[in-house]
Design a protein around this ligand. Structure first.
Ligand code: E4P
Length: 220
């Protein structure tokens, strides 16, 4: 399972990248807006520090404009994946950009029917939003399972990128469903480390060792 950080914040990215387990980055217009720099500038900065796919989302709404904007975003860096919304115009833009060899992430996917359209348009990634489906009282993890199964039936090359992952449980559910990738904020990645028995066990190991050798672990 590929792990992407869902952020446009460089400090968060640096902290996440330092762990050595991050495969790429996803952004959206809300995340870019928080950083206060225009999209092209912020994406360029992200690409300078991340070795992997970096999703940059268009803000145009017509297919023709998305295609022009997507081509422009793709020129920023070879790692840029152009992100388009799952609308009729977005699917048309995805089909055109994909045929030109640009990788496209189709975002705002909330149903299996939509995910089939993204695959048919040659999307490199499709992003179903687990958390936002849970928000309306449905089960986002079922959607991931369904899309993975459908894509397997036909050998579609589109990778499922489980998005809107808000808890460790969401990450586990996406992994159980066989999602190719998951994108999460740094705080969710950080939460995945936590287990009281790890802390307790480590404290015990270090104290047993220190007692036996009459030295503090720091003196080793
Ligand atoms: C990522 O590509 C999505 O834009 C993001 O995961 C949405 O997450 P949210 O629903 O927590 O805002």
């Amino acid at each position: 399972m590929k792990f992407f950080l869902d952020t446009a914040n460089l400090d968060e990215l640096k902290k996440g990248l330092a762990l050595g387990i991050i495969d790429g980055v996803t952004t959206n217009p809300s995340l870019i807006a928080k950083e206060g720099n225009p999209i092209k500038e912020q994406i360029r900065r992200i690409c300078e520090i991340v070795d992997g796919p970096v999703s940059a989302e268009v803000v145009s709404t017509s297919g023709d404009e998305m295609i022009v904007e997507g081509r422009d975003l793709a020129k920023i860096h070879k790692n840029v994946v152009v992100k388009v919304p799952l609308t009729r115009d977005g699917i048309r833009a995805c089909a055109t950009l994909s045929k030109e060899g640009t990788r496209v992430n189709v975002t705002l996917c909330f149903s299996s029917a939509q995910a089939i359209l993204a695959a048919k348009a040659g999307a490199y990634f499709v992003s179903p939003f687990v958390g936002r489906i849970d928000d309306i009282g449905w089960d986002g993890s079922e959607l991931i399972q369904d899309i993975v199964g459908i894509y397997d039936n036909y050998g579609f090359g589109t990778q499922v990128l489980a998005a809107s992952l808000r808890t460790s449980i969401h990450v586990i559910q996406a992994a159980r469903a066989g999602s190719h990738c998951g994108t999460m904020p740094f705080k969710v990645l950080d939460m995945m480390f936590n287990h009281p028995l790890t802390d307790k066990g480590l404290a015990q190991f270090l104290s047993d060792y220190a007692k036996a050798f009459q030295e503090a672990p720091a003196d080793r």
